[in-house]
Design a protein around this ligand. Structure first.
Ligand code: HEM
Length: 336
C-alpha cells in the first residue's frame, strides 16, 4: 500500500471513530467531541506540527519475537511463532516538545507492528497500570481541573482537590501515583495497555486481556550513563547510548481476565492472581530522533487491531481513537 493510501486509510478510520464515539456517547447528550478534547489538551500555546499529547518523544525500531504461547487465544499472525518488525515511539506525557524528561509524571511506549488491514497492530502504553477515570466525560473534567488557570498561568490546587474528591474511582490511580518511583531509564520502566481488549481464538472463543511491556533486565537497573539532572533530554540521551551497546528487551506479558472482571472499566486493577502469558519479547535495536526516524507520521490509534483481536466496550477507546485522529489531522496539516 502506498504511503498516501495508508495515510488516507488512517484518516478514514479516525473519522469513523469520531462518528462512532459521537454515537456511543449519545448525540445531544454529551457535548464532548474530539475537537474539544484536543483544544483542551493543546491549551493556549499551540506547538505546531507536534502531537497534542506526548509531544516530546523519539523513534525506535526493532522486532517482536513471538513465543507462540498466545496463539491458542488469538489467530493474529503476530502471535504465531516467529518475528514481526515494529516502528515505535518513546515519549513523555505533556504538550511541550522541549519539556525536561525528568519532570514528566508519565512515560510511554507506543508500537506499530506488522502492516495492512489484517495484520497491523498499534498500541500506545503508559507507565500507570490504570486510568484515574473511566469515561470520556470524566477525563475531560480531569484535564479541565489540571489545566493552568488562564489568569495566573498556574494550576489551581483547590480545583484539583475538588475533582479527585468527587471522583472516588480515582483511588487505584492515586495509590499507584503515591507508590511509583521513576526509574533511571526508559528501558527499565513497565508500560501498560491500561484499556482491555479481546483476543479472538481460532475456535471462536473470546478472552479479555490487558498487556504490559515488562523490562527483562528488571526495573531496578541503573542508568547506562549517569543522568545529568540539568539536561532536559537526559532520559533520551541515556536510551540512545544504551541501545548502541545492546538491544533493549521487554517481555510482552498478557493478563487474562476472569469473567468477574469488568473489561470496560480502565480504573480498576485486576487481581494479581489472574493468569499471565508471556507472548514473546520486544527487542528494540535502534533509536533515532523524530526528525531522522519514521515514527513522527504514525498515529498510534488503539483501535488499529489485527484480525484475531477486537476492542472492548470501554468508552475510553473510542474517545482515544477520535482524539488521536484529530491531533493527527492538526499536526499533519501544520507540518506540510
Ligand atoms: C480519553 C482518554 C485519552 C485521550 C483523549 C488521549 C489523547 C491523546 C492525544 C490527542 C494524543 C496525540 C495523538 C497524536 O497526535 O498522534 C495522545 C497520545 C498518546 N496517548 Fe493518549 N489519550 C487518552 C488516553 C490514553 C491512555 C489510557 C493511554 C495509555 C494506555 C494513552 C497513551 C498515549 C500515548 C503513549 C501517546 C503517544 C503516542 C505516540 O507516541 O504517538 N492515552 N493521547
Amino acid at each position: 500500500m502506498t504511503a498516501f493510501r495508508y495515510a488516507a486509510l488512517v484518516l478514514a478510520v479516525g473519522s469513523l471513530a469520531g462518528v462512532i464515539y459521537a454515537a456511543a456517547s449519545g448525540a445531544g447528550q454529551s457535548s464532548i467531541t474530539a475537537q474539544r478534547f484536543v483544544n483542551l489538551q493543546e491549551g493556549p500555546q499551540v506547538h505546531e506540527g507536534f502531537r497534542r499529547a506526548h509531544a516530546k518523544g523519539f523513534c525506535v525500531v526493532g522486532e517482536f519475537q513471538s513465543s507462540g504461547k498466545l496463539a491458542p487465544y488469538s489467530s493474529a499472525r503476530v502471535f504465531q511463532p516467529g518475528q514481526t518488525g515494529f516502528v515505535g515511539r518513546i515519549s513523555i506525557a505533556g504538550t511541550n516538545p522541549t519539556a525536561p524528561d525528568l519532570r514528566s509524571p508519565v512515560r510511554s511506549l507506543a508500537l506499530s507492528l506488522g502492516r495492512g488491514d489484517a495484520d497491523g497492530w498499534r498500541t500506545a502504553m503508559n507507565t500507570p497500570p490504570v486510568m484515574a477515570v473511566g469515561t470520556p466525560e470524566s477525563f475531560y473534567e480531569q484535564l479541565s481541573a489540571l489545566a493552568p488557570d488562564p489568569a495566573t498561568g498556574q494550576r489551581n490546587p483547590q480545583r484539583i482537590q475538588a475533582f479527585f474528591a468527587s471522583h472516588p474511582e480515582t483511588q487505584a490511580f492515586l495509590a499507584w501515583q503515591k507508590s511509583y518511583v521513576p526509574t533511571q531509564s526508559f528501558a527499565t520502566e513497565r508500560y501498560h495497555s491500561i484499556n482491555a481488549f479481546y483476543l479472538l481464538a481460532p475456535n471462536g472463543q473470546r478472552q479479555a486481556v490487558r498487556w504490559a511491556a515488562v523490562p527483562v533486565a528488571g526495573t531496578g537497573l541503573q542508568a547506562a550513563t549517569a543522568l545529568d539532572p540539568n539536561d532536559p533530554d537526559a532520559l533520551q540521551a541515556e536510551f540512545l547510548a544504551r541501545v548502541k551497546q545492546a538491544p533493549v528487551v521487554f517481555d510482552l506479558v498478557f493478563t487474562l481476565a476472569a469473567p468477574t472482571d469488568d473489561e470496560a472499566n480502565p480504573t480498576v486493577p485486576w487481581p494479581a492472581s489472574r493468569p499471565t502469558v508471556v507472548a514473546g519479547q520486544l527487542l528494540i535495536r535502534a533509536a533515532q530522533s523524530e526528525a531522522e526516524g519514521s515514527c513522527k507520521d504514525i498515529n498510534f490509534d488503539p483501535l488499529v487491531l489485527p484480525t484475531g483481536m477486537a476492542a472492548t466496550a470501554d468508552p475510553i477507546l473510542r474517545a482515544r481513537s477520535a482524539a488521536y485522529a484529530e491531533s493527527y489531522r492538526r499536526r499533519a496539516r501544520e507540518s506540510l
